[in-house]
Ligand binder design. Structure first.
Ligand SMILES: [Cu+2]
Length: 159
């Protein structure tokens, strides 16, 4: 995990350096599988040599029972983990979580500084304008696929 932290800080600095470049918000993809709906999914362009990337989206649960995001996978990465980012004093830390609950009739947001997907061992760089396919596995809704547009690294980069 310490290894991640170093890369996170490095990419945060890089994000800051390109603050002047406007964010390409990308296409908002909406995927519906019964109760679960994915909105505003995206990932970010990687810097040269960067082996990890975060994935972000809002997960809506229109159903009347709580669901859980259990796992994720992508052909673009060796592994996709579910992560949570928290502040420990004034140090940002990431940890892997077993699942991410999506409350009945509610939603959970995967966003910088909170829950996110973590792409590890990238098969290649993520370039702005591409899309990264991800398969999400939910306890109740089952599997659904979503395509994450790759955005430019922007000012919001706090990863
Ligand atoms: Cu992470």
């Amino acid at each position: 995990m310490k290894q991640f932290l170093v890369k996170v800080i490095a990419s945060g600095v890089l994000g800051f350096a390109v603050l002047g470049i406007s964010m390409a918000q990308g296409v908002t993809k909406t995927v519906k599988t019964d109760a679960i709906k994915i909105e505003g999914a995206y990932t970010r362009a990687t810097a040269p040599g960067q082996q990890v990337a975060g994935g972000f989206m809002k997960i809506d649960n229109k159903g009347n029972t709580t669901d859980q995001l259990l796992s994720a996978s992508s052909p673009a990465a060796g592994e996709v983990q579910l992560h949570e980012m928290t502040m420990d004093g004034n140090v940002m830390k990431m940890r892997q979580v077993k699942d991410i609950a999506v409350p009945a009739g509610g939603s959970v947001e995967l966003k910088p500084g909170g829950y996110h997907l973590m792409f590890l061992n990238l098969k290649g760089p993520f370039a702005a304008g591409q899309t990264v396919p991800v398969k999400l596995k939910f306890a109740k809704a089952g599997e659904l696929e979503v395509k994450l547009p790759v955005n430019e690294v922007g000012a919001q980069h706090s990863h």
